[in-house]
Write a protein that binds this ligand. Sequence first.
Ligand code: PLP
Ligand code: COI
Length: 341
Amino acid sequence: MEKKNLDWSNLDFGYIQTDKRYVSNFKDGAWDDGCLTSDASIVLNECAGVFQYAQTVFEGLKAYTTEDGKIVTFRPDLNAERMIDSAKRLEMPAFPKERFIDAVTQTVKANAAWVPPFGSGATLYIRPYMFGSSPVIGVSPAAEYQFRILTTPVGPYFKGGAKPITIKVSDFDRAAPHGTGHIKAGLNYAMSLHAIVTAHEEGYAENMYLDAATRTKVEETGGANFIFITKDKKVVTPKSSSILPSITRRSLLYVAKEYLGLETEEREVTLEEVPEFAECGLCGTAAVVSPVGKIVDHGREICFASGMDEMGPVTKQLYDTLTGIQMGRIEAPEGWIHVIE
Ligand code: PLP
Ligand code: COI
């Protein structure tokens, strides 16, 4: 299979249309068999649930080319499970786990020429998504749904790749205590758009959101969870029922403990204690592990000892080990790597 002629090493995190996408429709209480299609357009009724009441959920994972030339995905079973949780919360039908994994496999295989080569720094981003496709006008769930998977080759989420970023403490809230912050619903991202545009205009790469109830505890950013490193090298991640249960964060905690022998702690983290940490990073599929050099809280600058030039040493160890596992350089825990071909 010949790869597409792209400048792989200089891709940003954008949409490039690839050859095939997966589609399955839910009608009369059942999913159809699903298939791959070349048609990137979707035609829907003007009153479809997704347009009127934002009934849509999504996932994000990546396909990697390993050192020995295989194409693999990372823990797709966890994306399948999280999408089921997301769907349930928005009164949507679950797309079965085994079918999700099979659909990811089919879509990546059909777009193998778009999977960036090993060592390019790029990956194939996989975006499964589902939406209410039949008309609704009273506030109620749709009767029919479409599940799709698109793929697009991507580079780093934050410009500059591994360079530390500066973020701000947001004046906006991302998620309510008993709301939808823990699922991957499009509505969470729609309501973050004004906050991210504002942050970008002010020169920040992302927002740190606080808990909506007290505005004293660290939650997450618009598209990634936080990891903090204490001065004695403990890995600390914020615990909250209104943040997305990041697969990268869960994997990093395992890697920290089992591969690096570090102590880990999942607990509430207050904004007040943030200056005590030695390192800070963002973690997620798109973000991978992105170092944070500075957090600005209404004029107060919180600068981490790791500085603005490079990743802190523990963050770097975590990054190297996780990406080593994903790219096949380091042996993965049982079941983490799903070989496509
Ligand atoms: N938090 C938010 C709000 C996200 O959008 C994402 C991205 O998926 C994450 C965290 C990281 O989750 P994961 O590591 O599963 O990609
Ligand atoms: C991902 O990391 O997969 C996400 O969905 C985050 C998004 C901000 C791109």
